[in-house]
Structure formats: structure tokens, C-alpha cells
Write a protein that binds this ligand. Sequence first.
Ligand code: NAD
Length: 312
Amino acid sequence: MTKTKTVSVLGAGNLGAQIAYRLAFYGHDVTSYDINDDAIEAAKRRVQTIAGNYTRDLEGVSEDTAAAAAAAITFTTTLEDAARDADYVIEAVPENLEIKRDTYTRLARFLPEKTVLLTNTSTLLPSDFKDATGRPEKFLAYHFANNIHIANVVEVMPTRDTNPEIVEQVIEFAQTMGMRPIRLHREHAKYIINSFYSTWVDQARDMWVKGVADIETLDEVAAMIAGSEQLSPFLAQDNTGLGVAYEITKNRAATGDPLAAEFSRRLKQEFIDKGNIGKESGQGFYVYDENGNPTGLSEAAKKKYPPVDPGK
Ligand code: NAD
């Protein structure tokens, strides 16, 4: 059986463009679908940036090799073209249930029998929209982490309806695009990586809001335990962007959690509303120099806030 697959990626945003590029880099036939010409133009620019990242970050990748992968991607705004002859369709459209359902429903009538459907959803469960696919036995989650050329793992998570043979096929497919598959036996909200990670970060947020320790101490201790600064929770939130942290903690606050409520309030009023949204803007919990290295805590991170007692 040939290893080269015909693969379409739906949505050519941050993750979709990375996935399409990854597939092309590993020699698969790739079509990248997005909703209109403007989105496609943005995707082409994104792909150029990704090619630059491969040359910069990965040993032995020449500019020619990286450019050839970018040039090999076919772009389309037509779902019918994306479906044609696809062995796999990887869906990376916005994280919105209605958009996902609508995309799968419209796609279904063009798909050949053989196509396996993979969703990159982060916070929804594939079961939430498996009925819209029309083929739940050939549908599962295939979840990447951002910067997939560095974080080259993919979580493979079936629903109760997924055919086990399809799971095995997808595990093999992951390896043909240079990804290490992480096998989940059943659905689990937040998968494995985010289940660990979100608990870790939530603990750090809660300790800061309760006034247990300052941010630098929490980050230092976390790095000591994990053996890597990458898992320092406040540095990591600056890297991802404080907008994401705000959305997550606002949702947690809506469940009645007073610590999350105070954390999201601080984030919004003391950081985001002042334009300090993390490393990208030069300031978040830390201040960054022109090379993107942290130079120390920001004033908002150093400020003494009244500690919150959750009454526990
Ligand atoms: P994004 O907003 O960067 O990209 C979404 C793309 O989908 C855009 O190009 C947009 O034009 C396009 N789009 C909008 N409506 C569409 C439609 N109806 N049909 C097809 N395309 C449409 O989002 P993203 O960060 O790439 O996330 C995409 C998916 O990947 C989400 O499910 C998200 O949860 C998941 N994901 C994101 C990350 C991350 O770090 N950003 C990591 C893992 C998984």
C-alpha cells in the first residue's frame, strides 16, 4: 500500500495551515480548503511563515525544501474539490459546534466511500457532532498541539462508534506525517495533554490569587519539578497569549469559582485592557526584550493584590 495519501484540510487558519504544510512536507497530496479568497490569501501567507519556521527551527531543512512543500499545497474554496478522492479529511474549522456540524453536513454528500474524517477539535468531543458526518464509524479526533513542527505529537481519540480498524489505520497514518501518535482508548474532555496541563496551570493561578506565593516563585518551582521552563505556568500563558487564558478562566468563573473569577478580572483589567496580551505584545506577566526573552516581571504582575479567600 502506498504511503502517499490524498488529504484535505478544512480551515486554513493557525492550525489548519500548519497541518496542511506538515502533510506536504512529508510528501502527501494536500488540498487546503477555506471559505473565501481572502481566507486563502491569508493561508498562503501563513504557509510561507511556516516554511520559514521549518528552516529556522529544524536541523537540515534547506530553504528550497521548505519552499517546495509550500508550493505543493493546492488551495480551494470549494468543498466538492476538497472531498474529491480524499483518503483523509482533517477538519480544523473554528471551535464552534454549529460551524463544525454545518461543515460536516455539507461535506458528506461529496465524500467517496473510503474517506476517513478527522477532527482537530480542542474543547468539544467528537461525539458532539459525529451524527453530522454521516459516517461515525470512520470518524475520530486527531488533535494536534500548536507549533506542530516542534510539538510533533497527535492525540488519536475514537468515539464509541469508531471502527477499531480505522483507529489502527490512523495511528499508522500519523507516522507517515512525522507525528508521534498518542492513543486514547475512549473519549475524554481535554484529551491527555490538556488534562495534565490545565490542572497544573489552574493550581498556579489559584495559588497566585490566594496570595500563597508570587509569580516568579510559582514559575521557578514549576520549572524545577518539570525540569523545563516550558512548563512554568505564567511564562507559558504569556507564550500562548493572555486572551486564551482569559477565555478559559472566564468559563471556569461562570461555574461559580471565585478564584477563577478574580484571575479573569485581573487578566482583563490589569493586562488585556492595557494592551499587554503576553509575549506577542512585548509584555504580559513578564516584560520581553526585542529577542523575545523575559527580562523580569511586569508591574501588573508584581502588584500586591488583596488575597482571595475561597472559603475552603
Ligand atoms: P483559526 O481561527 O486560526 O482558523 C480557523 C479557520 O477556519 C480560518 O482560516 C477561517 O477562515 C476558517 N473558517 C471559518 N469558517 C469556516 C467554515 N465554515 N468552513 C471552513 N473554514 C472556516 O483557528 P485554529 O486555531 O486554527 O483552530 C482550528 C481548530 O483547531 C479548532 O477546532 C481548534 O480548537 C483546534 N486547535 C487549535 C489549536 C491552537 O493552538 N490554535 C490547537 C489544537 C487544536
